[in-house]
Design a protein around this ligand. Sequence first.
Ligand SMILES: [Zn+2]
Length: 369
Amino acid sequence: MGCEVLCSKCGRKTENLLDYKCSCGQPLEVHLKINFEVKKIRARNYSVWRYSRFFPYVKETEIINLGEGWTPLVNFSDNSYFKLENLNPTGSFKDRGSTVLISAVNKLVEKAGGCISEDSSGNAGASVAAYAARAGLKAKIYVPEAVSGPKLNQIQSYGAEVVKVSGDRSRVAEEAQKAEKRKFYVGHILHPVFRDGIRSLAYEIAEQLSWQAPECVYLPVSAGTLLLGVMKGFNHLVKSDAIENMPKIIACQTQQVSPLYHRFLKSSYTPPEEITSIADALVSVNPPLLNLMVKSLREANGDAVMVEEYEIFSAFKELAWKGFFVEPSSAVAYAGYKKQLKNKEASKDDKTVIILTGMGLKTMLKPSQ
Ligand SMILES: [Zn+2]
């Protein structure tokens, strides 16, 4: 059907779109066997689904859509552009993953009379809850016990069942994955189809720049779905000759949560006992996809940058004062760009896209603090 789902380690193939990992325990990946063709874009559809031909495992009649994608790419200054992913239906880029994932599995779950489960107290939890609601599916969202604030309120507002779990973040994931009758775990970090949906972001950037890929793309990295999805999309475009060169992808991390940065630069990393960063969506100190991220970033000649708290806050404030109210985690990408400009590791002459991942209404932080 134009693609297959294979284990990233042992190569085993699965036919079941509900599988979230291989029987050997390693992550699964969607492998495309079709080329990207500009003439196959549904030009009058202004959502992720203008690229529906390149998601061959989703049936057109089963698409669950809230108007996600085709977000603006605005020129900021010189050759830098912001991709406004904060303008997606639930306020973050995660909607790209959710629309593709829920479209791919909703009939399977419905036929089994089941519900879906996900572990996330943040943007992914809210996004999956929204798309489950649109599909008429019951969703159980597992969150850490202490969680509160606008994102939890958003998850509950979509009607999802919130299950609070005590203990650390890995305990929350364990509970969400625990086998229960007719409960299907579709966790966004592991599920290959969620990650695959993020590919659409690369297609959009290339199309909005008239198929001239930018020189650089800056994005924040936590669990790695954004990084891996965007790289996969650009790789697909290069292999299909839709763009000439792969942009340089720069993974931006916080000083507190920087396992990829350290592994990439071959230095050691010890996570703090408690994460207190204002970039509170970036929490993966031990991401299950770390090996995959390092490998992909090296193969693509990418780079990684780490920013300090004061740099994140200053970037958050600067963005807001210029009219871009995003959550502090999104400001990490802009802070990374500014840092590399300052260190002469980046140039203002290069066409650069900075992905603003989530909206400012999700934060309680005030720029005047
Ligand atoms: Zn395997």
